[in-house]
Ligand binder design. Structure first.
Ligand code: ADP
Length: 772
């Protein structure tokens, strides 16, 4: 033990341990003076740490008792009277007394010599292992530790060396250094070191786990932020800077929209979603379409209901000639509708051949009721989705036609014309009929769900009018909800009136002409109807008149655009306008022949005549039917044959005739499908004629169902049939007696020029039809 007087350098916040080489600045004059004093002597000074670093001029009590006797290796003078020192800690030194003078600190220091302590080998081994373990844990918990240092610490070396290096190398606080410095024995120092290492390791671990937690949180938000920024810059780079600018406009519209709360909420949700999608993506296009559809639908918007029957009648009469029965039924319907709850009224269905004014009547009704008019064409609709929409998950999904129609109308109570409802069909893609039922059924249509829209839409205030050519193909449940109004074919006279009073004027104005430019004579008009068109309605006629008007317009222009030019279309110059006559009267066919009888048929396009041909040839009694006939018609032919066989003896036919002959029935135009029972008596007549060899009168045509006993049953479509007979140049028609009232109801014009014979059994038919 040795007491020495030496300069004392107080340190604020560092400490030097024996074995450490340290580089630090000394700023305070007392410290600088002490260094200088040491340099003048043997360069030894005691470096001792202050207990409180903020004390500027520490007294003896402000310093720790133990410091380090240090060799000052190098001093560099720095600007501002400070010095930079490189010092090497040598031994521990205890400050016995301190002399604090103005210039320099001097102290009496007990320099502690390091004694070689003898530790039993096993203990040394245990200590070594423990320290090594602690160091490993410490290094593991501090991944930021200098790699070289970590390697150096963990290298295999004797305990003393390990201990000394650890003390020097492991970063510690001044307080920890001080604890180590103050440990007198190796044991004490070892314990202090282990506890410091343990607590440092623990702190590092806790720090790390807190750090990890915070980091994952920060990481995620930071990652999102960075990705978003990246997308933004990529878009900018691509010149796609829009980020759904429509969203605000939609929000504004949604606020102004008059719709139920549920709808508004849904729209708001969709807009919020829309905002977060990139403007030109496919997803945005889907969202935009959907939002626009929802915004465009008339949720609560309705026109005022007006029902002025007088006005309705005026408009119907203004636009349509004739059709008195139809007009009456429509007016009755409107009256009932005005008096009752609208939801309960049935749906009008106008049934009749093409071109008879069904669509045009519906349009007039809309005008009369001042309703918005939308026409939905159902012809050829096979897919249920066309009515009920596609789900939005499909590419290019759209709302169904009903919703699209409602959107076009812009109000929830328009008049919706469901055109050609009989042409709807079903296939594997679903049942169009039942979808339509949901639309038309008053019980269900107040919340009709379209797959695209998804929110129920109220159709109960829509006024539906349907049109069809025939009721045969309309599903039964739909018919049950409809009020069928038949629109019949027009007679020649009716067509003349319609042409003169409506169609001609319409075509003139369509083609920029006036009545002063073009006139059609009565005879010419008649020739157009009989020679150039063959139809139940007036669509072809209208087209022909349009053709004439166009040719006339051209002629006027060719003539220098002289508006005062007046063209007259007559029977003689009609071919200039329409070419040669297309249909000649069927005079030739009225010759009488054996085995050929003329029937009258009703088709969805109007009436027609059809001839039944029967051939008899020697054979084995077989029976053949050709001509694309339906089952009902085939059975009707068989019934006819059985009847003929049962009465053949009375007509002088040999008993074994049917065993030795084959019979072939053919109905020409084999490509056209035919069905129904109304050709029953015609087929039977042709057969008997063929079998007996007596001729069927050429001027006679017939219609009626036959029974096995030869009775004649009533049939439908008489107006069309009689008009067809007239067109075919027939003058006598055989009609079932039970149809008498139907014939009597017809306009005189229809039956004029035709002799109607009522028949109630085959005997009467044969008496009228066969020549004797
Ligand atoms: P549909 O719907 O029955 O097939 P449209 O209503 O399209 O027939 O009629 C075809 C054309 O004939 C329309 O221009 C219509 O105005 C006209 N038309 C039909 N019937 C009449 C009529 N009774 N009076 C006046 N024009 C008529």
């Amino acid at each position: 033990m040795e007491n020495r007087l030496m300069p004392v350098v107080p340190l604020r916040s560092i400490s030097v341990l024996p074995g450490m080489i340290l580089n630090f600045d000394v700023v305070r004059p007392g410290g600088v003076a002490a260094i200088e004093a040491a340099m003048k002597g043997d360069r030894i000074a005691l470096l001792v740490t202050q207990k409180n670093p903020t004390v500027d001029k520490p007294e003896a009590g402000d310093l720790y008792r133990i410091g380090t006797v240090t060799l000052i290796k190098q001093v560099i003078k720095m600007p501002g009277n400070s010095v930079r020192v490189i010092a090497e800690g040598k031994q521990r030194g205890e400050l016995i007394s301190l002399d604090v003078s103005e210039e320099c600190y001097y102290g009496t220091v007990d320099v502690k010599e390091e004694q070689e302590e003898q530790i039993p080998e096993s203990k040394a081994l245990a200590m070594h292992r423990l320290l090594h373990e602690k160091l490993e844990a410490y290094v593991a918990a501090n991944p930021m530790l200098n790699k070289d240092l970590a390697r150096q610490l963990l290298a295999d070396k004797p305990l003393g060396m390990l201990l000394a290096q650890t003390v020097v190398q492991v970063p510690m606080t001044t307080g920890q250094h001080q604890i180590l410095l103050e440990a007198d024995t190796l044991d004490e120092r070892f314990d202090a070191l282990i506890s410091i290492l343990s607590s440092e390791t623990e702190v590092s671990q806790i720090k790390k786990s807190i750090n990890d937690k915070v980091k994952t949180k920060v990481d995620k938000s930071q990652r999102d932020y960075i990705l978003r920024e990246q997308i933004k810059s990529i878009r900018e780079e691509l010149g796609e800077t829009d980020t759904n600018p429509d969203a605000d406009e939609y929000s504004k519209k949604a606020e102004e929209l008059d719709a139920p709360q549920e709808v508004k909420e849904r729209i708001a949700k969709e807009i919020a979603r829309f905002k977060s999608i990139y403007g030109s993506s496919a997803e945005a296009a889907v969202a935009r379409g959907y939002i626009e559809t929802l915004l465009a639908l008339p949720w609560n918007k309705a026109d005022e209901e007006i029902c002025d029957l007088k006005k309705a009648e005026e408009i119907l009469n203004r636009d349509h000639y004739g059709l008195n029965k139809v007009k009456d039924r429509i007016l009755e319907f409107l009256a009932v509708r005005a008096l009752t709850d609208k939801g309960d009224s049935p749906i009008i269905c106008l049934v009749g051949p093409p071109g008879t004014g069904k669509t045009s009547i519906a349009k007039s009704v809309a005008e009369a009721l001042e309703k918005k008019y939308v026409r939905i064409c159902l012809g050829g609709v096979r897919d249920e989705a066309e009515i009920r929409g596609h789900r939005r998950t499909y590419v290019g999904a759209l709302p169904g036609r009903i919703i699209a129609g409602l959107k076009d109308a812009g109000v929830k109570n328009p008049l919706m014309l469901l055109d050609e409802i009989d042409k709807m069909s079903r296939d594997y893609k679903g049942d169009t009929g039942s979808a339509m039922l949901e639309v038309l059924d008053a019980e269900q249509n107040s919340h009709f769900v379209d797959h695209y829209v998804e929110i129920p839409v109220d159709l109960s205030e829509v006024m539906f009018i349907c049109t069809a050519n025939t009721t045969e193909t309309i599903p039964r449940p739909l018919i049950d909800r409809m009020e069928i109004i038949e629109v019949n074919s027009y007679t020649l006279n009716e067509k003349m009136h319609i042409a003169k009073e409506h169609l001609f004027a319409k075509q003139l104005s369509h083609n920029g002409l006036t009545a002063d430019n073009l006139e059609i004579s009565e005879e010419a008009l008649k020739l157009i109807i009989t020679g150039y068109t063959r139809e139940a309605g007036v669509r072809g006629l209208e087209r022909k008149l349009g053709e004439i008007a166009r040719k006339a317009a051209k002629k006027i222009l060719e003539n220098g655009g002289d508006r005062s030019l007046k063209l007259n279309v007559t029977e003689d110059n009609l071919t200039d306008y329409l070419g040669v006559v297309k249909y000649l009267p069927d005079e030739a066919k009225s010759e009488s022949c054996v085995g050929v009888a003329r029937g009258l048929a009703w088709t969805s396009a109007g009436g027609d005549t059809l001839s039944v041909e029967v051939g008899v040839m020697p054979g084995k009694g077989t029976f053949e039917i050709t001509g694309n006939l339906g089952d009902v018609m085939k059975e009707s032919a068989k019934t006819g044959i059985s009847f003929i066989r049962s009465v053949s003896v009375g007509y002088g036919i040999a008993e074994d005739f049917f065993e030795k002959h084959d019979l072939h029935i053919h109905i020409p135009e084999g490509a056209v499908p035919k069905d129904g029972p109304s050709a029953g008596i015609t087929m039977a007549t042709a057969m008997l004629s063929a079998v007996t060899g007596s001729k069927v009168r050429g001027n006679v045509a017939m219609t009626g169902e036959i029974t096995l006993r030869g009775r004649v049953l009533p049939v439908g479509g008489l107006k069309e049939k009689i008009l067809a007979a007239k067109t075919a140049g027939i003058d006598t028609v055989l009609i079932p007696s039970k149809n008498r009232k139907d014939i009597e109801e017809l306009d005189e014009e229809v039956t004029s020029g035709i002799s109607v014979r009522y028949v109630s059994d085959m005997k009467e038919v044969l008496a009228e039809a066969l020549e004797n």
